[in-house]
Design a protein around this ligand. Structure first.
Ligand code: XUL
Ligand code: CO
Length: 436
């Protein structure tokens, strides 16, 4: 088998004092944190689309990256790219990968050719999974690149396109099951609108729910045990996407009786595009029991689009891991690097620097978060701040036994309550001491 990343050997943990840029300084997969190996806390995954298929193209420019596996013959290109992917992931030492059907098998002249290509390449992927022990975190279906999906897939005004999307997702589910995928993600890139002048919003939402119910039914039919996720994003490519943010996805799932079947796959850059912080979205999903998995990346403070950069901000990784620890950790989900190297980072080795940096940033975040968790630094403070709710009076309200008459009687008896400081600056200083 050809070697596609000859300048890189297996990446090892060398500790914080090493000067070797092709080593981990903080991520030590077997090291236990709060009794669990780091690798299990994160369940890191590599995104096939950005890492192996993203070649630096942007809306203004052609690809900038030249890769030895990106050859002209489609069959050979598929095979070589898959080989390169498993070489990369083995050298990096990640346990998981994620892909869309058309990342691994570009659409052919018709649906038959597309499916034949997919069948062939997933056979190869299965063998490489067995050889390396690398597993599939989740599979997904591209319902946004081809022109047929320009007006949506499950929300398309034409039922023939809804049906095409259904056939494509059916196949993607079968392939995900075949590869032992631990999950399956729905991201509605074109499920939204450009103008309300040509859009029946209510009907489109009903259709989207119908589509997801069909997927749930098919999952049962084929006994696919993986977790379903829905990935919120407010806009881009459409002006307005229906899966806007965690709260709007949650409302949608509740309205259509899908809440038992889908959790959220939250992507950091999508959260900021929605006008929230990544942490807000994590906390919302976690508080509502629907935080399933994470697409780990970051945006740029000055750019209002989905730049999909690798995560390097230790404050953010610390707080993210704190929420994930509070939730009890991932079960089926993990941290998938839905991130791409910059257009000018054209060396194959840049892919390693990007992933190593992100994995180390999360390892530092985990160490800080675990210490915060162990010390109960914020938990103690929260307990105190909400202590009134643990009194007999607070409990009576929380349990639904109190009325406005009780509120009036309490207030008339006790008079003006004494406000207490929120102590934000003090807490920010406490947090700073935990940044590793
Ligand atoms: C697009 C995006 C997708 C999903 C999977 O912004 O995040 O790659 O993660 O379709
Ligand atoms: Co994503």
């Amino acid at each position: 088998m050809a070697e596609y990343f000859p300048t890189v050997k297996k990446i090892k943990f060398e500790g914080p004092d090493t000067r070797n840029p092709l080593s981990f300084k903080h991520y030590n997969p077997k090291e236990k944190v709060l009794g669990k190996p780091m690798a299990e806390h994160f369940r890191f995954a590599v995104s096939y689309w950005h890492t192996f298929k993203g070649l630096g193209q942007d809306p203004f420019g052609l690809p900038t990256m030249i890769r030895s596996y990106d050859v002209a013959d489609v069959d050979q290109m598929m095979e070589k790219t898959m080989e390169a992917a498993f070489e990369f992931m083995s050298k990096l030492g990640v346990g998981y990968w994620c892909f869309h059907d058309s990342d691994v098998a570009p659409e052919g002249a018709d649906i038959h050719e597309s499916r034949a290509r997919l069948d062939k390449v997933v056979k190869q992927a299965k063998k490489l999974q067995n050889d390396t022990g690398i597993k599939l975190l989740w599979g997904t279906c591209n319902l946004f690149s081809h022109r047929r999906f320009m007006s949506g897939a499950a929300t398309n005004p034409d039922p023939a396109i809804f049906a095409y999307a259904g056939a494509k997702v059916k196949k993607a589910l079968e392939v995900t099951k075949y590869l032992g995928g631990e999950g399956y993600t729905f991201w509605g890139g074109r499920e939204g609108y450009e103008t309300l002048l040509n859009t029946d919003m209510g009907r489109e939402l009903d259709h989207l729910a119908r589509f997801l119910h069909m997927a749930v039914d098919y999952k049962k039919q084929i006994k696919f045990k993986g977790q379903f996720y829905i990935e919120p994003k407010p806009k881009e490519p459409t002006k307005h996407q229906y899966d806007f943010d965690a709260a709007s996805c949650h409302a949608f799932l509740l309205k259509y009786g899908l809440d038992k079947h889908l959790k959220l796959n939250l992507e950091a850059n999508h959260c900021t595009l929605a006008g929230h912080s990544f942490l807000h979205e994590l906390e919302y999903a976690s508080a509502n029991g629907i935080l399933g998995s994470v697409d780990a990346n970051r945006g740029d403070e000055l750019l209002g689009w989905d730049t999909d950069q690798f995560p390097t901000n230790i404050y953010e990784t610390t707080m993210a891991m704190y929420t994930i620890l509070k939730m009890g950790g991932f079960t089926t989900g993990g941290l998938n690097f839905d991130a791409k190297i910059r257009r000018q980072s054209i060396d194959p080795q840049d892919l390693f620097h990007a992933h190593i940096g992100a994995m180390d940033a999360f390892a530092r975040g985990l160490k800080g978060a675990a210490k915060m968790h162990k010390d109960g630094a914020f938990a103690k403070h929260l307990k105190q701040r909400y202590a009134g709710w643990d009194t007999a009076f607070g409990k009576k309200i929380e349990s639904g036994k109190a009325t406005f008459d009780d509120m009036e009687a309490y207030t008339l008896k006790n008079g003006e309550p004494q406000p207490k400081s929120g102590q934000q600056e003090y807490l920010e200083n406490v947090l700073n001491e935990y940044i590793v």
